[in-house]
Design a protein around this ligand. Structure first.
Ligand SMILES: Nc1nc2c(c(=O)[nH]1)N[C@@H](CN(C=O)c1ccc(C(=O)N[C@@H](CCC(=O)O)C(=O)O)cc1)CN2
Ligand code: GAR
Length: 197
C-alpha cells in the first residue's frame, strides 16, 4: 500500500529535494502529499511546486499580530495537516519548536533531521556550534541524526545516527558541505526505515 508523507520546511529545502529526487527515481516508494512551510520565502516551496507537490504556507506572524499563542497556531496547523492523514511527517529544516498539542495529533509519526549527534548541540545553529567547539578542542567529531519528535527538542529516540569527521583544515563551509551531503542520504534512509519500505 502506498505510504503518504508530509514534509515540513522553513528554508532552502535541499533535504526536501533529496526526498523528492528519491521518490521520482523510485528509490523511495511513497507519495509526498504536501509541503508545509512557515516562511513564504522558503525556496523549498519552489522545489515542491516544480515537482508538482501541493504546498501550504502557514506563517506564525498573523497569529502573533492577532495576539494569539503558539499553541493556537500549532492546533490550527495540526487540524489542516490531519486532513491529509499522513503516515509520516518529516521535519526537514522546520524551524519551529512543535508543541505537545501538535505532536499529540500524530501518534509519534513525526521525525526530525538534526545536524548533530544526540545530546551534543540541540536546537538551532548546531553545525556552527560544533565547528566552534572543535576549534576550542572540546570535540573531535560531530554528526547527523534523524530522530522521533517529542516535546523536548531533539531528545526523541534516534532512528539513524551518522558520525561526521571534522578536520583541522576545515572551514565552516567545508563542514557544512560534508554534513549536508550526509543529511541528504540519511533523511531518505530514515523515512524508509520508519515506514518499513
Ligand atoms: N517539539 C519539538 N519540535 C521540534 C523539534 C523537536 O525535536 N521537538 N525539532 C525541531 C528542529 N530543530 C532542531 O532539530 C529546532 C528548530 C528550531 C528551534 C528553535 O529554537 N526555534 C525557535 C525559532 C528559531 C527561528 O525561527 O530562527 C522557536 O521555535 O521559537 C529549535 C530546534 C523542529 N521542532
Ligand atoms: N535544528 C534543525 C536544523 O538545524 N535543521 C537543519 O536545517 C537545515 C535545512 O536545510 P535545507 O532547508 O536545505 O533542507 C539542515 O541542515 C537541517 O539539518
Amino acid at each position: 500500500m502506498l505510504r503518504h508523507i508530509i514534509v515540513f520546511i522553513s528554508g532552502n529545502g535541499s533535504n526536501l529535494q533529496a526526498i523528492i529526487d528519491s521518490v521520482q527515481s523510485g528509490t523511495l516508494e511513497c507519495k509526498i502529499d504536501l509541503v508545509v512551510s512557515n516562511k513564504k520565502s522558503a525556496y523549498g516551496l519552489t522545489r515542491a511546486e516544480k515537482a508538482g507537490i501541493p504546498t501550504l504556507v502557514f506563517p506564525l506572524k498573523p497569529y502573533k499580530d492577532a495576539g494569539k499563542t503558539r499553541i493556537e497556531y500549532d492546533i490550527d496547523l495540526a487540524n489542516k495537516v490531519r486532513e491529509y492523514n499522513p503516515d509520516l511527517i518529516a521535519l526537514a529544516g522546520w524551524m519551529h519548536v512543535l508543541s505537545k498539542e501538535f505532536i499529540d495529533h500524530f501518534n509519534d509519526n513525526i521525525i526530525n533531521l538534526h545536524p548533530a549527534l544526540p545530546g551534543q548541540f540541540d536546537g538551532i545553529n548546531a553545525i556552527k556550534r560544533a565547528y566552534e567547539a572543535f576549534k576550542r578542542g572540546e570535540i573531535t567529531k560531530t554528526g547527523v541524526m534523524v530522530h522521533k519528535v517529542v516535546p523536548e527538542v531533539d531528545k526523541g529516540e534516534p532512528l539513524i545516527i551518522e558520525e561526521v569527521p571534522i578536520f583541522e583544515s576545515d572551514t565552516l563551509e567545508d563542514l557544512e558541505e560534508r554534513i549536508h551531503s550526509v543529511e541528504h542520504r540519511i533523511i531518505v534512509q530514515a523515512i524508509k526505515k520508519f515506514l518499513g519500505i
